[in-house]
Design a protein around this ligand. Structure first.
Ligand SMILES: Nc1nc2c(ncn2[C@@H]2O[C@H](COP(=O)(O)OP(=O)(O)OP(=O)(O)O)[C@@H](O)[C@H]2O)c(=O)[nH]1
Ligand SMILES: [Mg+2]
Length: 230
């Protein structure tokens, strides 16, 4: 599977046909959310830690289906809690990625709470991915096994992947999984919409007439009632 990161949004702005998605990253502080985005955007890594307040990046992403898409990533703060802001970001984004670090059991608990919040805010069936970052660390530095992370993902009914921003392992795959899910969801939505449209067209005109007649008589009733009030 070959995945690419292409031109920046500025180069693609005029192309109306480029589909776009909004994806947010949530998770405890220092789990590596910004490092994952840095890996995607700049293809680099830094050991330095700079806490994020709130950042938005437009990144052009060519997924395994060969299509380029512009993805607006919302990088959130792991240390500053602002539930209304977080809910707003969750709502406006089509997909949410929740990151924990395999070196911190506490960060998995934080991720679990976020997944619950996302499910409550977005409803069941929203596109969500649980990501265990820092998979490059030595076995004795791990606090969370692959299986343990998977259990949390299964309980929360979301996709799951271990990644490393440092070693560039599974970063593009993670985004590809999310994009695929979004494409599938949009396809299903379109199918349902066109099916309900054709069902509507198939319903005989009689019922439409009855409905119109009823609405007329209701309007008349209203008028009568109003005139009674005077
Ligand atoms: N070993 C290892 N260290 C990583 C990896 N990703 C990030 N780090 C380090 O973890 C620290 C925190 O990374 P950030 O990307 O700033 O974490 P964050 O989740 O954005 O943190 P906040 O902005 O505070 O929420 C930095 O020192 C990174 O160098 C990784 O894949 N492996
Ligand atoms: Mg950050």
């Amino acid at each position: 599977m070959k995945l690419h990161l292409g031109k920046s949004r500025k180069c693609l702005d005029n192309d109306q046909n480029v589909p776009s998605y909004k994806i947010a990253l949530f998770g405890d502080e220092k789990v590596g959310k910004s490092s994952i985005l840095r890996r995607l955007q700049k293809k680099s890594f830094s050991y330095e830690y700079e806490p994020t307040i709130s950042e938005v990046y437009d990144i052009s992403f060519k997924s395994s289906d060969g299509l380029a898409r512009i993805i607006t990533f919302f990088d959130t703060s792991g240390s500053i809690e602002c539930p209304p802001m977080a809910r707003l970001t969750m709502t406006k984004c089509e997909a949410n990625i929740v990151v924990y670090s395999v070196t911190s059991k506490k960060s998995l608990e934080v991720a679990n709470r976020k997944l619950n919040e996302i499910s409550k805010t977005k409803g069941p069936g929203s596109v969500c991915l649980l990501v265990g970052n820092k998979s490059d660390v030595a076995a004795n530095a791990r606090e969370v096994s692959f299986e343990c992370g998977l259990k949390y993902a299964v309980n929360n009914k979301c996709a799951y992947l271990e990644v490393s921003a440092l070693k560039n392992i599974n970063i593009l795959n993670a985004i590809d999984i999310v994009v695929k899910k979004l494409v599938d969801l949009n396809r299903t939505k379109k199918k349902v919409l066109s099916r309900s449209k054709s069902d509507y067209n198939k319903t005989n005109d009689k019922s439409l007439l009855t409905y119109r007649r009823r609405s007329v008589s209701l309007t008349q009733l209203n008028i009568t009632k109003q005139s009674e009030d005077f």
